[in-house]
Design a protein around this ligand. Structure first.
Ligand SMILES: [Zn+2]
Length: 150
């Protein structure tokens, strides 16, 4: 799923649960639940960190950062738990940056992904352009949950 949807899911969890000890691990777990749901193929059928992927990734990053700022204004007293849950919910995807950018490009060798990253890759059974519709519905659903918490 896009980082924006992982982030908005983390924000919804933060506002529903409110208890950091529960909300933060739940946000981490939500990443994998979201990745099982058929979702948008950010590579557009090309490779990870290809041109189309990178452009989408930059847009995705700015959309997620904009949401963080917006939620900071909408929920000033809960902004720290919201921000923490958003970052934690999106964090498992940082493994891709590590493996594809750090090990491949800088070290010029392919590292074997760790078991969690391998499993993380295998659970994403459906990544298509049509998965963008699923992501739009998910975004609206999470947005609705968040707005009802005001
Ligand atoms: Zn992921």
């Amino acid at each position: 799923m896009t980082g924006t949807n992982h982030g908005i899911t983390g924000a919804a969890i933060a506002l529903l649960v409110r208890e950091p000890v529960v909300a933060i691990p739940l946000s981490y777990a939500s990443h994998f639940v979201c990745d099982v749901i058929p979702h948008f193929d950010m590579t557009f059928g090309d490779k990870l960190f290809g041109k189309k992927f990178n452009i989408t990734l930059i847009c995705d990053f700015f959309a997620a950062a904009t949401l963080m700022i917006l939620f900071g204004f909408l929920f000033p007293s809960q902004k720290w738990i919201i921000w923490a849950c958003m970052i934690v919910a999106a964090s498992p995807d940082l493994a891709w940056a590590y493996y594809y950018l750090y090990s491949d490009r800088l070290k010029h060798r392919k590292l074997k992904p760790d078991p969690i990253t391998r499993w993380h890759s295998q659970i994403q059974w459906s990544q298509t352009l049509k998965g963008g519709y699923v992501e739009a519905v998910w975004f609206l659903l999470m947005g609705l949950i968040i707005l009802t918490r005001r």
